[in-house]
Write a protein that binds this ligand. Structure first.
Ligand code: C2E
Ligand code: CA
Ligand code: CA
Ligand code: CA
Length: 278
């Protein structure tokens, strides 16, 4: 899988054959990108499904490369992780989201913004303390922020995950389980996490109209999640039919191309100001 990732990396030069050398080139490019501030946070709207009001967004990192244009995370995150730069990129995302949320709070806008956090980031012993420092420095009401951790990562050691993240939750930051349904969780362990939100993976949502078993999976996840006290976000909602099904199953929130693609902060701000609940 790792080899596939490197092979699919579009920046690799044809004349460079050595894998080690290629990694070095990419590593250098990523370091430069950090120094030159080429990373940028895009925001994808999340809406309340029953009335369509915009409630917030997921923050998704982009690389605005001077020659190659806008590069998505699937084209650099795995490599950044391999060469040890994902923490720095993740740190930038946290700081930049906090900076932006501080500005929004000052003008009376309070979207809930969800930030993706990688394994190595959330395993740093001072992770929670550092996030709280960034929040304080930027003057962000903690309730504006959510931290997303993938199901697989959260479930490696549910007790440890819950313990490490509990200072954030105590301060009012909400915690979300990302890509739910892909990690074969033991349902009982879910309760140990003490998370607030569960995000149903796009693979189930995209099939829930066409495919009977995907529909049962989504309905079952929703029933279970609600019984355990989670709010649910459906990812990858692309059609009105999917939205209707999710509403019928009492899914609270949706995210997907039906409501908006990831966009620059200024565009999200304009849409949020117009479409938030009055
Ligand atoms: P994710 O956390 O599951 O984020 C959702 C991905 O689905 C995003 O891809 C988003 O653009 C895409 N998406 C949203 N709605 C739809 C839809 O209706 N249809 C389809 N086909 N796709 C949709 P993106 O932005 O390319 O991000 C890919 C992954 O990169 C994310 O998956 C997340 O795991 C990771 N990522 C993004 N930003 C960060 C970050 O700041 N830190 C870390 N650690 N990971 C990040
Ligand atoms: Ca996510
Ligand atoms: Ca402020
Ligand atoms: Ca996801």
């Amino acid at each position: 899988a790792k080899a596939g990732v490197v092979n699919s990396f579009k920046f690799a030069r044809r004349d460079v054959n050595s894998r080690a050398y290629r990694r070095l080139v990419i590593e250098q490019e990523l370091r430069q990108a950090l120094e030159r501030k080429e990373f940028e946070v895009f925001y994808q709207p999340q809406v309340a499904l029953h009335d369509g009001a915009m409630v917030g967004a997921e923050a998704l990192v982009r690389w605005r490369h001077p020659q190659r244009g806008l590069v998505g995370p699937t084209d650099f995150i795995d490599i950044a992780e391999e060469v040890g730069l994902l923490d720095a990129i993740g740190g930038f995302v946290i700081d930049d989201v906090c900076r932006q949320c501080g500005i929004w709070a000052d003008i009376g806008l309070f979207p809930k913004i969800a930030i993706n956090v990688s394994v190595s980031q959330c395993q740093q012993p001072d992770f929670a303390a550092n996030v709280l420092k960034a929040i304080e420095k930027a003057g962000v009401p903690p309730g504006m922020l959510e931290i997303e951790i993938t199901e697989t990562v959260a479930m490696l050691d549910p007790r440890a995950t819950a313990r490490e993240l509990s200072p954030l939750r105590a301060a009012g930051v909400r915690l979300a389980i990302d890509d739910f349904g892909t990690g074969y969780s033991n349902l009982a362990s879910l309760t140990r996490l003490q998370f607030d939100i569960l995000k149903i993976d796009r693979s189930f949502v995209s099939e829930c109209v066409r495919d009977g078993s995907a529909r049962v999976v989504v309905a079952t996840i929703l029933t279970m999640a609600h019984n355990l006290g989670f709010e649910v976000v459906a990812e990858g909602v692309e059609s009105a039919a999917q939205r209707e099904f999710l509403v019928s199953q009492k899914c609270e929130y949706g995210q997907g191309y039906l409501f908006g693609k990831p966009m620059p902060a200024a565009d999200f701000e304009a849409q949020f100001a117009e479409h938030r609940r009055a």
